[in-house]
Design a protein around this ligand. Structure first.
Ligand SMILES: CC(C)(COP(=O)(O)OP(=O)(O)OC[C@H]1O[C@@H](n2cnc3c(N)ncnc32)[C@H](O)[C@@H]1OP(=O)(O)O)[C@@H](O)C(=O)NCCC(=O)NCCS
Length: 139
């Protein structure tokens, strides 16, 4: 298994992983077009775990110059509990640290608090999200 940056050719395999993990509820934010935009965004980090050339996991996050944040981690169901998710988070932490980040948060820990706790994350405040940004602008 190796971890590398996202490539355009990963899109179909990554969509299949997100679908299998029920993390593909919003194709506009998670689909191939969004993946391409994320990979072109200098603040973003988009990592892929691959085995023999086949993507088996992904991580997306962002560093704003002060704080780092992981938005999503997803490992193909048949490859879970084999250290891939932890390796992705650790590599993200290394990359963000290199850019200057001192802390690292995750927006959606989901039902896997044990996974995050083992990686030194602690549950603090809940976050609030406006899923439709136009409604925020519109008041
Ligand atoms: C959560 C997820 C990313 C973990 O990836 P993974 O590769 O399976 O995790 P690891 O093998 O690195 O797990 C490391 C440790 O975390 C804990 N852990 C991982 N998944 C767990 C689960 N489902 N329940 C309880 N503990 C879990 C275990 O202590 C595990 O060590 P062990 O297998 O030796 O007991 C993966 O299960 C996944 O993709 N789930 C669906 C999507 C999701 O919920 N993503 C997180 C929110 S964005």
């Amino acid at each position: 298994m190796r971890i590398r940056d996202f490539q355009e050719t990963d899109c179909d395999a990554l969509v299949a992983i997100l679908r299998a993990n029920l993390q593909y509820g919003d194709p506009e934010s998670e689909g191939p077009e969004a993946m391409r935009r994320v990979s072109a965004c200098p603040a973003a980090l988009f990592l892929v775990a691959e085995e023999e050339g086949v993507p088996v996991g992904l991580l997306r996050g962002v560093y704003d110059g002060s704080k780092a944040l992981i938005h999503i981690v997803s490992v193909r169901p048949d490859r879970q509990r084999q250290g891939i998710g932890s390796a992705l988070v650790r590599e993200a932490a290394r990359r963000f640290r290199e850019r200057g980040a001192r802390s690292l948060a995750v927006t959606v820990p989901g039902d896997n608090l044990a996974f995050w706790k083992r990686l030194s994350f602690r549950l603090t405040t809940r976050i609030m999200v406006a899923h439709r940004i136009d409604e925020v602008i519109g008041g």
